[in-house]
Design a protein around this ligand. Structure first.
Ligand code: MG
Length: 355
């Protein structure tokens, strides 16, 4: 009698993929089979590796779809070509994957971190972040909220239960105005893939925010600092290409490290400072930001006085013992720009009679 081996053939698919990763990727890549695991134990998918599965969970999440209607820099622009938080996320992912692939690192992990990094972003870009930071007793940072979204808030309080390395990369992607490279150890992702996303995030935003600012006539091409033009190039594709090529070249010469030439790093830093002064904090952008801030502040204050309305009509407490302030922070951070506008209208503006 022939004894059939009792193995589900699809499980072999995942094992084969994991083996292929081991034979293809650099020794210092993060291997899916070596993940430190998930918050809640579960059996892995039969035909997808851990980070591949995480990437899919993020794409299928509601928070990911909402990125479509969240501001990047210019508030709900009517022009179709301006970036939104979703297209920013896709540009980060594309840049990060290019670098990861060229360095023979884990593309699935890189992509999962990139697609999840801004899930906790507020409506109205950094204006929303600043309001919540001021109003909430514990402050507010979008990278902490991104982790809260994937750990707790998605799937009505169940979370996405992502791998440790994806969660680590999401939590440590942000730099604000801080150092681009070599941040404090506690802010450095444990994987090279996570560090790539941090770099790809800044490469994406300095380039596309510059492009959008020129489109919006907030600045002109001639105003870009001479040094940035000389070192990075004159056009949008040239500038991205210079940055990505440099990271790949220098890092390949230093295996196991993620590096960038000092001259390119200085030019990126100068370009970012230029954007802060001339775009992010400029009157043309700031004028709308202060209006958006007031709108969110009024919504926040309204629900502090009407907690039952918040929980019964708008945003239930998905987790036990959540404070009103935390509940409200989660609600506001989750909003898209257009949802915030329509909620404000509903709460504060009179409605015409239908008959
Ligand atoms: Mg980002």
């Amino acid at each position: 009698m022939n004894a059939e081996p009792d193995i589900n053939p699809t499980i072999i698919v995942r094992c084969e993929l994991e083996q292929r990763e081991r034979s293809l990727l650099a020794p210092f890549a993060a291997f899916s089979a070596d993940s430190r695991g998930r918050l809640k134990q579960e059996s892995e998918c039969d035909y997808r590796m851990a980070y591949q599965h995480d990437r899919d969970r993020i794409i299928h999440s509601k928070a990911f779809r909402r990125l479509k209607y969240k501001t990047q820099v210019f508030l709900t622009p009517s022009g179709d070509h301006y970036r939104t938080r979703l297209t920013h996320t896709l540009e980060v992912s594309q840049i990060a994957r290019t670098i990861a692939k060229a360095l023979f690192l884990n593309e699935d992990l890189t992509e999962a971190i990139a697609l999840g990094h801004d899930l906790g972003h507020t409506p109205f870009g950094h204006a929303g972040e600043a309001v919540l930071n001021r109003l909430h007793p514990d402050g507010f940072h979008h990278f902490e909220q991104s982790l809260r979204v994937v750990d707790i808030l998605e799937k009505e309080g169940a979370g996405l239960n992502l791998s440790f390395e994806v969660r680590d990369g999401i939590f440590k992607h942000s730099k604000g105005k801080g150092a681009i490279l070599s941040p404090a150890l506690e802010h450095t992702a444990i994987t090279l893939e996570g560090r790539i996303v941090r770099l790809a995030d800044i490469i994406a935003y300095v380039n596309h925010d510059l492009d959008d600012a020129i489109r919006a006539q907030a600045i002109s091409r001639d105003e870009i600092p001479v040094n940035c033009r000389k070192i990075l190039g004159l056009t949008h594709p040239q500038r991205i290409n210079t940055m990505v090529t440099d990271i790949i070249d220098v890092s390949r010469k230093n295996p196991g490290e993620l590096q960038i030439s000092p001259a390119i790093l200085d030019a990126i830093t100068e370009l970012r400072e230029f954007l802060f002064t001339n775009v992010y904090e400029s009157p043309i952008v700031y004028r709308d930001f202060s209006k958006a801030s007031r709108l969110l502040e009024e919504i926040y204050k309204y629900f502090i006085e009407h907690p039952n309305e918040l929980r019964e009509r708008y945003y239930p407490a998905y987790i036990d013992d959540v404070s009103l302030e935390d509940n409200l922070r989660d609600f506001i951070a989750s909003m898209t720009d257009r949802y915030a506008f329509s909620l404000y209208e509903k709460l504060f503006l009179p409605h015409p009679w239908n008959i």
